[in-house]
Design a binder for this molecule. Sequence first.
Ligand code: PA5
Length: 451
Amino acid sequence: MEPIILSIDQVFGTVPENKIMSFKKDVQKHIDALYQKTGKGNDFLGWVDLPAKTTDHQLKEIHEVANELRNKIDVLVVIGIGGSYLGAKSVIDILSHNFNALLVNRKNPVVLYAGQNIGEDYLFELLEVLENYKYGITVISKSGTTTEPAIAFRLLRHHLETKYGKNEARKRIVAITDEKKGALLNLAKKEGYKTFFIPHDVGGRYSVLTPVGLFPIAVAGGNIFAIIKGAQHIMELTGPKIPFEENPAALYAATRNSLYINGKILEIMVNFTPRMHNFSEWWKQLYGESEGKQGKGIFPVSVDFTTDLHSMGQYIQDGQRNIFETVLSVSESRNSLAIPYENDDADGLNFISYKPLSYVNKMAQLGTLLAHVDGGVPNILIEIPKLNENYIGQLIYMFEMACGISGYMLDVNPFDQPGVEAYKHNMFALLGKPGYEETSEIIRNRIDKMS
Ligand code: PA5
């Protein structure tokens, strides 16, 4: 099995190779700390050896329950927010037909999402659409108490129960939550929903290789056995015994931190493959939530090329020089489509007639890389032979491992998220949640002064 390949030579104009190599010892120390659970946030390191620990028995159970649900539904609604939906969404998008929802004789259910916002129109219109489809729900929340998914689940549960009756509705709901506590666990027990558990030592954004990601992916038709195989493979190639120079996670972490120290404070995740858009969303959450703390951290952003070359391309080429790019380069398309020849060549495209679009896209990619590097934007390149389950498993685990190393290089805890509590506190106070009475008054006074 070929691995994904990381190339860093297009950053050497900004940081010399020896500077990156000088992090070797430091990085080794951090990999050891992740494996030996001696670093910050060491009670959330269950993801480190998760691929190796995942058994065929566990995967078969997920696969069987997913198949049972698949057979009853046209639409799966995944309810969750942050780490409880982004991983599944990114993988489902990569594996699915770009226009699955419009396919005649569709093999796989359409997957829709809820609980990732509080948009009134979004949820109203979702319920409106679900009137006409056979559907099921998977509700995902590790804490079991997150407001956005809880609101969506209450609304959708009522809708499902009205549509099918309580008994049948129950059979169309799969809950994924903590084994020991939380409102969702209590509700799942009370209602008798089929439930999968999230290991207590795996945080939300590191949970895509648990039932959190695997169950929705399996319902959508993805091969979860192959995803885990890919993850197991790259786990071996990023482990503590692998030399720094050969370890893609170590090199990626060291390179991006070297760039950061050199003033490159924004990392742009680039793809040239539309189905990868949401993979960047997953990556942004992983890195943004893991590293952005104590006034530190690279700000992760993303673009879809060539689309965004016609918008953000100007800034990247010519704006502030505080950015670098990490390019996800996919070698092989799933389909082949060539540009037709036309006698009159009215649109002037005959110079590329009979060429496959993948060739044109590749040339766009190479041209962009040269232009951006010449313009002072260093590029890290990740080559992915093709977008199948195996390589997705590899990518996910490689980025998780690199994120753990990178967070430790920054000297932050990459496994907590204290910063997300501030908005919740204010929102609960404003909404009058019991227990927030004191803050409520202070906040209301502040808001009155603002108006
Ligand atoms: O990475 C994280 O921990 C967060 O993004 C969570 O996944 C997100 O807040 C959802 O939390 P929960 O699964 O508890 O509803």
